[in-house]
Design a binder for this molecule. Structure first.
Ligand SMILES: [Zn+2]
Length: 578
């Protein structure tokens, strides 16, 4: 990387006549906070006013864009895209490809972009831009108080439960949700059990509201608070809000304000009132100067903000999934299912985590010798807010023997056990007992030659039983989806009796998991019309070197495998043909 000196910048500014009377800024006057190491300043006229503009460069220039600052004056008032220190946000680095060989072009292009933006701001043409960036401007006020919000935005103004923990507040729709959030945040059980809940006011403003943020020199006056907040509440909610705050004026002395940016998203900020007296009117309707108001910052932790979305709504909040088998495949599927936004997950596995599992399993050495499902619940709930995991450290057979209706509470079953007998059992059980409860089976072939995902009981024909050669022919059960030729035994030869270790690596797990999770999401959204067998092919070199034989299916290419995905169906199958 070649470096550019500030004299080069000065020459460009002079040559292109960007600033009047340009000069190099002395070292102690270089603006701080954005990494500028050198700067040029000069004057310009913007909308008839003379301003001093500073062009700064950081040590990585020209691989980073130049910086622009308004020296003084205007920073006393709020302008969109201008920080209190005069720093001008004119383009996001992510939206920019910098032609770093053309330094003159960079400076000139950026300069004119800044000029256009300042003119718009000073003439009030982009006041609406304040709304989307309102939280940034609120942050300039340096609030000393933070509100962690679990509020589901929308609806009418309401008083919500909240708790104070040290110097922050957690507010949510109900007490249970607040306690669950605090558990994820590792607040001790003793503190949580002794919570004394108070009330915080949720105050949604009407769509299209434009607010000018206060500057750090002057917060809103009490009269401005009434104009900006109460007067911008949707008229249909006003009488309700009035009764909320009138009923008990001291209640709701902190408010979380919801300023809509558009119909999908909002800026949130908090305001706290102090010196309230019982006899006073609430500060949202009183212009009295007897109380004091302070800004509070709001950090969003609500479901809609955190959980992944599909379209305008959360797709999976009311779906419940059962995952049987929490080994290498199951543990990674569990994590991906939660990350897709399916928050209600039950796990079944009676195994413990062993040393040989560690390089393939989601859990590492930290959880050695623990029950896999209990450890997974701990690990995943600690990291993913709103995940709601029920762990069953027992076998699925024992669950079903105690409660034959156990499966009916779920929207989808996933079997990631490496045990075909259990899969046969589940297949038969579902076809005989529960109509249209879909099940996905997934497994990996040895030595990473491939992995498979099969959907059954999803309206159409084709099931786990179809996949196996007809047992009535007395040829032994063979999985026709396998990439390994019939009649070979892997686990016993590799690791001896008493072990079911079939060699494959973490990469093979990921390939198979991505097929499985895609299918899980398709099924839950009703996008999969049939019962496909989906497979991916890996490298077979080691498998062949070990003297094993591939099946004919392995020699289909990826397109053929996909277009034949429903063809494993057997018309003689007694389960899916009824
Ligand atoms: Zn079948």
């Amino acid at each position: 990387m070649e470096s550019i000196s500030i004299y080069d910048i000065l020459l460009i500014v002079e040559k292109r006549q960007l600033l009047q009377e340009p000069k190099i800024v002395s070292e102690d006057e270089i603006p701080k906070g954005h990494g500028a190491i050198a700067a040029v300043e000069g004057t310009i006229i913007i909308s008839g006013q003379e301003q001093t503009l500073i062009i700064g460069i950081d040590r990585y220039f020209p691989y980073r864009k130049p910086q622009f600052y308004l020296k003084a004056g205007v920073s006393q008032i709020a302008l969109p895209h201008l920080s209190p220190e005069g720093f001008i946000c004119y383009v996001q680095e992510e939206d920019l490809v910098i032609d770093y060989k053309n330094v003159e072009g960079i400076i000139a292009e950026a300069f004119y972009a800044v000029l256009a933006e300042l003119e718009e701001s000073i003439n009030g043409k982009n006041t609406r831009d304040f709304v989307a960036e309102f939280e940034v401007y609120w942050g300039y006020l340096k609030p000393t108080y933070t509100i962690f919000s679990l509020i589901s935005l929308g609806g009418k103004p309401r008083l919500l439960p909240a708790i104070d923990i040290e110097n922050y507040v957690v507010v949510g729709e109900n007490e249970r949700e607040i306690k669950s959030y605090c558990t994820t945040e590792q607040v001790s059980k003793e503190i949580i059990d002794n919570f004394k809940f108070k009330k915080v006011l949720y105050l949604p403003l009407k769509n299209g509201t434009t607010l000018i943020p206060p500057t750090k020199h002057k917060f809103w006056t009490n009269s401005q608070i009434v104009d900006n907040l109460f007067q911008n509440v949707d008229p249909q909610f006003k009488s309700e809000l009035y009764s909320l705050i009138n009923r008990a004026p001291k209640v709701g002395h902190t408010a979380v304000v919801d300023l809509p940016i558009n119909d999908k998203t909002s800026s949130l900020f908090g305001i706290t009132f102090k010196q309230l007296r019982k006899t006073h009117k609430h500060p949202l309707i009183s212009r009295s100067d007897k109380y004091e108001a302070y800004p509070a910052s709001v950090a969003r932790y609500d479901r809609a903000f955190i959980l992944p979305r599909g379209g305008a709504k959360l797709n999976f909040v009311d779906k419940s999934v059962l995952l049987i088998g929490c080994g290498a495949l199951g543990s990674v599927i569990a994590e991906q299912v939660l990350k897709a936004g399916i928050t209600h997950l039950s796990l079944v596995d009676n195994d413990i985590l062993k040393v040989k599992n560690i390089y393939r399993h989601k859990l590492g050495a930290n959880y050695l010798h623990e029950k896999k499902v209990l450890a997974l619940k701990t690990e995943l709930e600690r990291n993913l807010y709103y995940s709601n995991i029920t762990a069953y450290p027992v076998s699925i057979e024992s669950l079903l023997s105690k409660n034959s209706d156990f499966l009916t509470q779920y929207d989808l079953i996933i079997s990631a056990t490496a045990n075909p007998t259990i899969n046969f059992f589940l297949n038969e059980y579902l076809y005989k007992n529960i109509n249209e409860l879909s099940i996905i089976y997934t497994w990996i072939d040895p030595y990473g030659i491939g992995g498979h995902v099969l959907l059954s009981n999803n309206k159409k024909k084709g099931c786990y039983n179809c996949l196996y050669s007809d047992p009535s022919l007395q040829e032994g059960r063979y999985n026709r989806g396998s990439f390994a030729k019939k009649g070979q035994n892997f686990s016993k030869r590799i690791s001896g009796c008493g072990s079911t270790f079939v060699p494959f690596g973490s990469f093979d797990t990921l390939q198979t998991t991505s097929l499985a999770v895609k299918l899980i999401l398709d099924v839950l959204q009703g996008k999969e019309p049939g019962n496909p067998l989906l497979s991916w092919k890996g490298d077979a070199q080691e498998f062949i070197q070990e003297g094993y034989k591939l099946s004919s299916r392995y020699f289909q290419n990826q397109d053929e495998l996909f277009s034949n995905r429903y063809d494993y169906y057997r018309s003689s199958c007694t389960f899916c043909n009824n």
